[in-house]
Write a protein that binds this ligand. Structure first.
Ligand code: NAD
Length: 492
C-alpha cells in the first residue's frame, strides 16, 4: 500500500499595504497544530502558575529586556504590516510600557484581590482565598494596531499565571513574527506563550481549546466568537467597534475644537476603534467650525512618498477602502456634500484617502450609523444640547465620545449624559490616558465583559477560590432542625 503523502501546508498570500503586492506568505496552522500547541502550553502553564509571582515577574522583566533590544526592529515590522502609520514605529516601545506597567501593577492588583480573615456571619470560620488562573487564555486580535492589540490582554494574562495562545490577524502577520523572536529568547516564557496563524477558522479552533477568550475585532465576528464561547461555557471578553461621536458647543474655542476633531478622526487613517466618526456642532458655529476643519484637513499630507514623513498612511486592509467608498457613496446619494478628499487614491499600489469632511449628513446615512474606519469626518448641526445628546446617543455602539465646550464644566455636564465607556472632555482620542489608571466598560455593541484597562483588568484571568477552616465545634445534625424556625418570643 502506498504511504500517504504529507499534508500540504496551506499558505496565505499577504498583501503589502504600500505596494499592493503579496510579498509575504503565511503558513496557516492546521487543526492539529492548534491542538498540539494548546496541549504544550497547558503543560507549561502548570509550572508557570506554581511559580511565586516574583519569579514570574523576573521572567517578564527578562522579556522586557529582549523587547527593548529589538524595539526598533519590531516597529519596522509593524510599519510594513500597517503601511506605516504614526504609531507603528513606536510599537516596540509601547510594548515596553505595557510589560513595564504590569511589573508594577500586577503584584498590587493581585494582592489586593486576596481576602483573608474571619467570616462575618460564622465567626468561628476562618476564610482564605487563593487566586487560580485560567489555564489557557486564547487571544484573537485584529489588523489595526496589530501588535498592541495582540498584547493588551496577553501580557496581564501571563502575569496572572495563565498560558496564552494568540491568533493574530492574518492581515498583519509580520510584526507577530518579530515579536516572537523576543519570546523565544526567554524559554520560560516561550513555554507558556505561543501563536497560531490563519483566519476565522483558526480563530474558532483556538476557541475550541481555550478556557477563556479575549477578542478584539468587529461586531459581526464578535457575535460569532460569543456564540462559540457560549457553546463551550467559557468566559469571553469582547472589544468591538465604535461610531464615536464628538460634540462641539457654541461657546467652544473653534481653533482648539477643529484641531482636536481632525486628529481624532484621521489619525492612522481613521483605522482606530475609538476614532471620532461623527461630529455634532452647534448651528451657530457650524459654518465657522467647518471652514476651520476644511482648512486644517487640506494641510494633512499622505505618507505615500516616505512612510516616516506624511501624516496619514494607506488603508492597511484593502477591503476597508471599499467599505469607506460605500459609506461615502451612500451619503452623497442621500444629499451629503463632500468638502475635501472623498476619493480612494491608488498611489504606488497602496490605497489612500485624504481627510474627508462632509456636511449635510443625516442619521439615515450609513456614514452616521455604521463603523466607517476611514479618514471621514461627517459634520451635522444641532439646535440645542438636548438634541446633541440625543444624536450622540442614537447609536448601537458606545465605545468612546468627545465633548468640546467653552468651559470644562460645560463639557462635563454634557459628557455625563453620553452613553459610552469613556468620554474625552476638551479633546479627543484620550484612551491612552486611562490605560493604567482606570478600568472602563464599553456600552452597547462595543463590548462585552470586564474592562481591559486599569489595574483590575488582570482579575479577568483569575478565579477566586475560598478555603474555609472551622475553628469552633462542628454543628450536629440534631441541631439543624431548629434552623429556619421562628425564634421563641412573646406572641404578636
Ligand atoms: P475582524 O472581526 O474581521 O477580525 C478580528 C480577528 O478575528 C482576526 O484575527 C480574524 O482572523 C478573527 N476571526 C475572523 N472570523 C472569526 C471567527 N468566525 N471566529 C473567530 N475568529 C475570527 O476585525 P478586523 O477587521 O481585524 O479589525 C477591525 C475591527 O476591530 C473594527 O471593527 C474595530 O473597531 C475593532 N477594534 C476594536 C477595538 C476595541 O478595543 N474595542 C480595538 C481595535 C479594533
Amino acid at each position: 500500500m502506498a504511504s500517504a503523502a504529507p499534508a500540504q501546508e496551506a499558505m496565505l498570500a499577504v498583501r503589502n499595504p504600500r505596494t499592493g503586492q503579496a510579498d509575504y506568505r503565511l503558513a496557516v496552522s492546521s487543526a492539529e497544530d492548534v491542538t498540539a500547541k494548546a496541549a504544550r502550553l497547558r503543560e507549561g502553564q502548570q509550572r508557570w502558575a506554581a511559580l511565586p509571582l516574583e519569579a514570574r515577574c523576573g521572567v517578564m522583566a527578562r522579556w522586557l529586556g529582549e523587547v527593548k533590544a529589538r524595539a526598533a526592529e519590531i516597529g519596522e515590522a509593524d510599519a510594513v504590516d500597517t503601511g506605516g502609520c504614526h504609531t507603528s514605529y513606536l510599537q516596540g516601545f509601547i510594548t515596553l510600557a505595557n510589560i513595564g506597567g504590569w511589573l508594577e501593577d500586577a503584584p498590587k492588583a493581585l494582592a489586593a484581590y486576596r481576602v483573608n480573615g474571619t467570616s462575618a456571619v460564622m465567626p468561628t470560620v476562618e476564610v482564605r482565598s487563593e487566586l487560580v488562573p485560567y489555564a489557557l487564555v486564547g487571544v484573537i486580535s485584529p489588523w489595526n494596531a496589530p501588535l498592541m492589540l495582540a498584547l493588551l490582554d496577553a501580557v496581564p494574562a501571563l502575569f496572572a499565571g495563565s498560558a496564552v495562545l494568540l491568533k493574530p490577524s492574518e492581515v498583519t502577520p509580520r510584526v507577530i513574527e518579530a515579536l516572537f523572536e523576543t519570546v523565544r529568547a526567554v524559554p520560560e516564557l516561550a513555554a507558556v506563550f505561543d501563536y497560531v496563524s490563519g483566519g476565522g477558522e483558526v480563530g474558532q479552533q483556538v476557541i475550541g481549546q481555550a478556557d477563556l477568550i479575549c477578542f478584539t475585532g468587529s461586531v459581526p465576528t464578535g457575535r460569532k466568537v460569543a456564540v462559540a464561547c457560549a457553546e463551550r461555557l467559557i468566559p469571553c471578553f469582547l472589544e468591538l467597534g465604535g461610531k464615536d461621536p464628538a460634540i462641539v458647543t457654541e461657546t467652544v474655542d473653534l481653533e482648539r475644537a477643529a484641531t482636536a476633531v481632525l486628529r481624532g478622526a484621521v489619525y492612522a487613517t481613521g483605522q482606530v476603534c475609538y476614532s471620532t466618526e461623527r461630529v455634532y456642532v452647534h448651528r451657530s458655529v457650524h459654518d465657522a467650525f467647518v471652514a476651520k476643519l476644511v482648512e486644517k484637513a487640506r494641510a494633512v499630507r499622505l505618507n505615500a512618498e516616505n512612510p516616516r514623513a506624511g501624516h496619514i498612511g494607506p488603508f492597511t486592509f484593502a477591503p476597508q477602502a471599499e467599505i469607506v467608498r460605500r459609506h461615502l457613496a451612500d451619503a452623497v446619494a442621500k444629499g451629503a456634500q463632500v468638502l475635501t478628499g472623498g476619493e480612494v487614491e491608488e498611489i504606488g499600489g497602496g490605497l489612500y484617502m485624504r481627510p474627508t469632511v462632509l456636511t449635510g449628513v443625516t442619521h439615515a446615512m450609513e456614514i452616521m450609523r455604521e463603523e466607517t474606519f476611514g479618514p471621514c469626518i461627517p459634520v451635522m448641526a444641532y439646535a440645542d444640547t438636548d438634541e446633541a445628546v440625543r444624536l450622540a446617543n442614537d447609536t448601537q455602539f458606545g465605545l468612546t465620545a468627545s465633548v468640546l465646550a467653552g468651559s470644562e464644566e460645560g463639557a462635563l455636564a454634557i459628557g455625563r449624559r453620553i452613553n459610552a465607556g469613556a468620554v474625552f472632555l476638551q479633546d479627543t482620542f484620550l484612551t491612552f490616558g486611562k490605560m493604567r489608571t482606570i478600568g472602563t466598560h464599553s456600552f452597547g455593541f462595543s463590548g462585552l465583559g470586564g474592562s481591559r484597562t486599569g489595574p483590575e483588568s488582570i482579575l479577568r484571568f483569575v478565579r477566586r477560590k475560598a478555603l474555609m477552616t472551622q475553628h469552633g465545634p462542628v454543628a450536629d445534625i440534631q441541631d439543624d432542625h431548629h434552623l429556619g424556625q421562628k425564634p421563641a418570643g412573646p406572641a404578636a
